[in-house]
Ligand binder design. Structure first.
Ligand SMILES: NC(=O)c1ccc[n+]([C@@H]2O[C@H](COP(=O)([O-])OP(=O)(O)OC[C@H]3O[C@@H](n4cnc5c(N)ncnc54)[C@H](O)[C@@H]3O)[C@@H](O)[C@H]2O)c1
Length: 327
């Protein structure tokens, strides 16, 4: 999925050096100078495409399962040491009907899967809503894994209820995890990234943060807020060489999406019907929902040197659903 930039640039240089140059008119010499410049640019050392994150340290929240787990594993596959953070307790949060939060054995399994790839893994059983605990988790990551270069604020919840039908607690809980949790994560990692003279922060928004959402108003509100937070942090942290970008996924095969709550809010009876109805709205028909790895591909790209000049952006990974946006 990540474009092979080395090949693209190399291809461009080959085309220009393949041109037959005649006698050196002033125009030709300008062209020759431009060609030399192009060659110098294409000769610039490029990051290895096989181990994009070799030697880096990453902290991923909501890493016990779903998208967070896939990102943690893909980072490890690319050579990063990873701290996997999750609440890892279905009773530890607010009651959510329609699915459950991850449990501790899922977090243990994800940690083991990362370790099996030959890198260091750190298990952090922490609630992203807890500001002090997040600061301690970031500090522990630095102590145990030797630094902190990449953070993914992925942990999130969905409480499927309309704005009219929501009670105050459901509204507050959604805001608390999906906005305050992202803020806590970003604030906790900033000093450590500054100490490394740079870093990468990736947040998880949603196609629900790009348009109004029926039957899940609080969730949609928080995913819009994540984009505002991402862009503001990108301005603030740019001078410290820290990039901040959001990924806005479409439907992804995870417990959150394949949940009774999601079915209920869409007036759907089965996951087959979900695939049929949602799949019909997606321009790319290869599959009716993304796999977590599809989001991990983009996260690894954003965390890598390939994306070092991209900041304040929102990348829709949505099987083309984003084509309905006005901009
Ligand atoms: N699945 C989708 O279709 C989809 C689409 C767009 C955006 N997203 C976003 O992607 C992110 C990951 O979603 P997912 O589908 O993998 O969901 P998921 O429910 O499968 O995984 C979320 C993880 O976050 C953890 N978590 C929840 N609250 C926490 C807290 N307070 N502290 C620490 N950990 C906590 C859970 O235990 C779980 O392991 C979320 O932010 C979600 O909103 C998902």
């Amino acid at each position: 999925m990540t474009p092979n930039r080395r090949e693209i640039i190399k291809g461009a240089a080959l085309t220009t050096t393949g041109m037959v140059l005649g006698a050196m008119s002033p125009l030709k010499s300008q062209e020759a100078a431009a060609e030399k410049q192009t060659k110098q640019t294409s000769d610039r050392p490029q990051p290895s495409t096989s181990r994009l994150l070799a030697g880096k340290v990453a902290l991923v929240t909501g890493a016990a399962r779903g998208i967070g787990r896939a990102i943690a594993i893909d980072f490890a596959r690319n050579g990063a040491n990873v701290a996997l953070l999750d609440i890892a307790d279905p009773t530890g949060g607010m009651p959510i009907s329609g699915y459950r939060l991850a449990n501790e054995s899922e977090l243990d399994e994800a940690v083991a899967a990362v370790r099996a790839l030959g890198v260091k893994a750190l298990k952090l059983k922490v609630d992203v809503r807890n500001h002090d605990a997040m600061k301690k988790a970031a500090a522990l990551t630095v102590r145990e894994l030797g630094g902190l270069d990449i953070a993914v604020a992925n942990a999130g919840i969905a409480i499927w209820t309309t704005i009219e039908g929501s009670n105050e607690q459901q509204w507050r809980d959604t805001i608390d995890v999906n906005i305050n949790g992202v803020f806590n994560t970003i604030q906790a990692v900033i000093p450590h990234m500054k100490a490394r003279n740079g870093g990468r922060i990736i947040t998880l928004s949603s196609i629900g943060g790009r348009q109004g959402v029926v039957g899940n108003g609080a969730y949609g509100t928080t995913k819009w807020a994540v984009i505002g937070l991402t862009k503001s942090a990108a301005i603030e942290l740019g001078p410290s060489n820290i990039t901040v970008n959001a990924i806005a996924p479409g439907p992804v095969n995870t417990p959150m999406y394949r949940s009774q709550g999601q079915l209920r809010s869409g007036g759907l009876k089965s996951f087959e019907e979900q695939d049929k109805v949602v799949g019909a709205m997606l321009p790319i028909k290869v599959k009716p929902a993304l796999d977590p790895q599809d989001i991990a591909d983009t996260a690894t790209f954003l965390a890598s040197d390939h994306a070092r000049f991209i900041s304040g952006d929102v990348i829709d990974v949505a099987l083309g659903y984003n084509t309905i946006y006005t901009a």
